[in-house]
Design a protein around this ligand. Sequence first.
Ligand SMILES: [Zn+2]
Length: 351
Amino acid sequence: MVNLNPEQEARSITLHKRAFVVEGHSDYLAEATRLRNQGETEVLEKHHLPSLLEGGVNMEVLTVGCDEPVMDITNTPLKVVKVLDDVHHELQVSDKFQLITCYEDINRANNAGKIGLLLALEGARPIQEDLFLLRTYYRLGLRQVGLTWNQRNLVADGCGEGKGGGGLSNFGTRLIEEMNRLNIILDLSHVHERSFMDAIEVTRSPPVASHSNSRTVCDFPRNLSDNQIQAIADRDGTVGMCFFGSFVTKDTPTLDALIDHVDYIVNLVGIDHVALGPDYIDYIMDLMQAEEERMQERGVDYGPLKYVQGLETVSTLGNITRALVAREYDDKDIEKILGGNLLRIYKEVLK
Ligand SMILES: [Zn+2]
């Protein structure tokens, strides 16, 4: 763990409270829909609000669908519409969260002391080959689209396709153009390097890689090469630090090892391009472990699912601020990493 002197401890606590903290990638909604299908309601408030508040989170990027059939909930248009309907009901029965559809919503949510929810797709498979589906999801609140999960779809190739991976399809180009027109954020995590670079050429908006680390620091297929990180930075985007051990190091995933990724990216492209994309699934770890074998057949071996020590749940998020303080980042730079950099993108894109 991180050792701080009393003055640094006090500074970390104040800073983390003051900062606008964005959890840049999470799957709470698949779990919410699973529990709602069993008859529960107010799942976000009952199951997640306490730990989100403890972690000092101000805004969440939540997936409403994925290329993968996570818990058999996420990968078809019908299932995505069900998750979206569930979110809207969750928002109706709880006044602790607010849907974010434009930048002003972020200020409104913050002023009302609510946690903002930005809705995202993790892979474009639920869009099939029909832009009307993208527009329909948009009208229901979708504001971010990742092009792929680890495999190939009709839009692009995922990083799990390895040497056989190719570039963006013609439909992929049309999809990004429509996303630009609608002001939907482009997410390039999971995308194969060739498709990634094609997408960077096409988009007119700053992209995010919502949950990926540095492949130079830790050679893992889901991490980004220096060229990819540079390309994101050149388009004024961000790379969100993922807290899964396999993304961080081949050894024990310590906080120090995670901050090595932050240091590396900051040295490569500057402080304005690092964000947080923890990808917490600790609350469904047993269910995800049951899916581990299926996931390993899909091109990327995630190894044992465990988190960076000290960052095991969202309630412990304050420890990343402590670790950045220990690494002598100043307050302004830590605030950028915790959420300020993503706010810059939201201001630019979510018009
Ligand atoms: Zn992912």
